[in-house]
Design a protein. Sequence first.
Length: 275
Amino acid sequence: MSARRGPNSQFQATHVVTGGSMCLYRNDQDRRFGTDDQHVITELWELPSDIPDAYTRLEAAERRLAAEHVFAWHPEFGYLSPFPDHCGTGLHVWAEFHLEGLNLIGDLQPVRAGIEAMRMTFHGVDADGIHNAGHIFRIWNNATLGLPERKLVRRVMRTFEDLVTQELYARQMLIEDTPRIFEDSIMRALAILRSARLLSPWELFDLLSPIRLAANMGYIAGITGSEVISLMAAQAKKPDLPPPQSIADERRRDNRDAALADRINKRFARVEFTF
């Protein structure tokens, strides 16, 4: 089968990483450790290449705070905190990634293992019986000891940039080398979204993941990538119902899922896959 190429916007880093932040934790030296004397400085960033500038702003904010406080410090261990993962540099950098491409080509688990081997947390969502729902992951550094702040920032930035590159390459492989897998994932999701009679919020969240992928690559008509992201965010915010303990509880859950299915059936009736 010949390779297909979509619009020029199909491979964008902003479709993979949805921004992130860095947090710096400091505790006062002259008070008993506790959450009430912990200072948290936060800076936001959009792309991994923005991380050094965000850290420069974070450093400036820390200097202003240090002019008014004496932080708990140990010459061997660095900054001290009642929370072990806030000691040392006390710096955490995290980002949220959509890794549907790596999932579809079968490379997600090896990539995850490699990142976790670098002492980083790779956190997905398990909900309503669905493992790694939506293939959306939050990733952040566990290691705050043993590396100077600037070196830690560069290491995390390179890791995030490499992950974005791997996901974009996976998406290119899907349309050029394994288009049948790409088509199958989208058509299966659309078929359920158009016709399911019961649909739980987290099932919908998971089904929207390949739709988001295709919409961002320019292969979906009738709904935008931004609207898909908003739909996913709305499902994630819905409170979970407790496990049913009675027939009435099961009916309440079914009524919720039926109402959601009816609304989604209507919304996706005219959504088309244009690959």
